[in-house]
Every structure is written in C-alpha cells, then in structure tokens.
Design a protein around this ligand. Structure first.
Ligand code: PLP
Length: 261
C-alpha cells in the first residue's frame, strides 16, 4: 500500500502516517529519497524518527531506493536510513545504480547491499530471470563510481538551475502550485485548481485528462499524478535542456490559457 503523504508536509510521511499504515501483513517499507515523483528528500533527523518506528517491528525490511543520492540541492546532505541508525543495517536493503548519478540509464547497472542471506537469494533469482550485466557495463560502472565526480557535480548544478527555473515558471501559471523539491529531477505540481475547465467541449477533470490534453494540444508529455496515488498532481521531468523546458512552459501556458471556466 501507499502511505498517503500530504502537500503541507512536502509529501514526506510523518511517523504517525507510517505507524498507521503498518499491519500484521507488512513485509517491507520502501523509502525513495530523493523521490520520484515529488523530488522531496528526507533529512537525517526525519529518517531517525522513521527508524525509531521501524525498530519496533523487527520483521519488517526496509528497501531504501537511493538512486537519486547524488541529485540533491542547496547543499542538503544526503541521508539514508541504515547510516542514520546503524541498528537497522540487518533489516535494510540498499538499492542504487548508475542510471541517475552518472547519467548511464542505458548501461543497465544497479546494485543492492544487504544481509547476506537476502543477497544470496536475490542473486539466485536475478541470474535465472535476467541473466547478468555485460562485463563492458560493469567496467563502465566501476569507472563511474571510482572516477572523478566533477562531471556529476556539474550536472547537479545544472539540474538545480533548471529546478529553480521550472518551479518559478510553473508557479506563475494561474491554477498551478508547485513546491520546490530538494532533489531528483522531477516537479510534482498541484494542478487541481484547473479541474472543471474546458476547451471546445473537452473537459479537464482529473490528472489523466489534463495529461492527455497537454499531449494533444501542447505536445508536452507529463505523467498523471494518479499513477503515483495523487490525482491532484502531474509529474514533469526536467532532465532535458533548459531550451526545451522554456519551450514546454510557453506551450503549457498557452494551452492552459485556452481553457474556459
Ligand atoms: C525511484 C527509482 N528507482 C530506480 C530507478 C532506476 O531505474 P534503472 O536502474 O532501471 O534505470 C528509477 C529510474 O527512473 C527511479 O525513478
């Protein structure tokens, strides 16, 4: 199940929300910080509070998806739960990869760290299901992880500029409210104030109809928030050039301006 998070908490779950979601059937808690789709990132202190809840449930695993570890802004230090509370190490599976930090999506290299028994089972299943990554990809990932990180730092600075631009530009469009995310390369604006409006008989009343409208009329591809559990939002990626982002914003504004109450 999804833990329903709230905009006023920057879409980060509170300990009460987490506690209220754990049942006897809960096997694992997936944490993804910085997050896809909201861009929110937990601080070390926030994770420490979450850790205290999970420690009361020793049979629950934590799957910590740290894929956006390096894509974090404004000097916020990256925090991950098993480092914040080492007592959770035996309960935690840390998932990461080179797709985001080194822009190596196509190389298909990910990795998991965790208790030996689980990793041994993961290895067995993976080698039967998907075979193994090529030695070429493995060497490339090794070079990325052990090499100079300046290119990643440069990329993150550029992402931060794009985030600053897209958040400001979206908030200037009537009906859109966009929080400023701390990481990843997505924004998850609340667009619910647009619902109920129409264009030539075409009524926008949820995130799917808004997404279809933006695709048809503005030729912009966004993802409906309902896919992530929130119909009030859409997800936009800014992993594209500043020029494309600016063009997209102009088209989006024009398409939304055409909507009638
Ligand atoms: C939350 C999350 N985890 C992991 C991944 C990495 O996927 P892959 O390693 O298959 O490229 C992504 C990529 O979109 C993601 O958003």
């Amino acid at each position: 199940m999804f833990v329903k998070t709230r905009e006023e908490n920057e879409y980060k779950m509170t300990t009460e929300e987490l506690e209220g979601s754990i049942t006897e059937h809960t096997r694992a808690l997936i944490i993804n910080s910085p997050s896809n789709p909201t861009g929110s990132a937990y601080t070390g202190d926030e994770l420490r509070e979450i850790a205290a809840v999970v420690r009361k449930h020793p049979s629950i695993f934590i799957i910590s998806d740290d894929i956006y570890e390096k894509i974090i802004y404004d000097g916020l230090p990256f925090a991950t739960i098993a480092a914040v509370d080492e007592r959770l190490k035996d309960q935690t599976l840390l998932v990461n990869g080179v797709s985001k930090s080194y822009s190596m999506t196509g190389w298909r290299i990910g990795y998991v760290a965790g208790p030996e028994a689980v990793i041994s089972a993961v290895t067995k299943i993976q080698s039967q299901n998907t075979s193994n990554p090529t030695s070429i990809s493995q060497k490339a990932a090794l070079a990325a992880l052990t090499g100079n990180h300046e290119p990643t730092e440069r990329m993150v600075r550029e992402f931060q500029n794009r985030r600053d631009y897209i958040v400001k530009a979206l908030n200037e469009i009537p009906g859109i409210k966009c929080l400023k995310p701390q990481g990843s390369f997505y924004v998850f604006p609340n667009v619910s104030a647009i619902y109920g409006k129409s264009f030539e008989g075409r009524r926008i009343d949820n995130s799917a109809s808004l997404t279809a409208y933006l695709l048809d009329v503005a030729e912009i591809a966004v993802v409906p928030g309902i896919e992530f559990g929130s119909d009030d939002n859409i997800r936009l990626s800014y992993a594209t050039s500043m020029e494309n982002i600016q063009k997209g914003i102009v088209r989006m504004k024009k398409a939304l301006d055409s909507l009638q109450p």
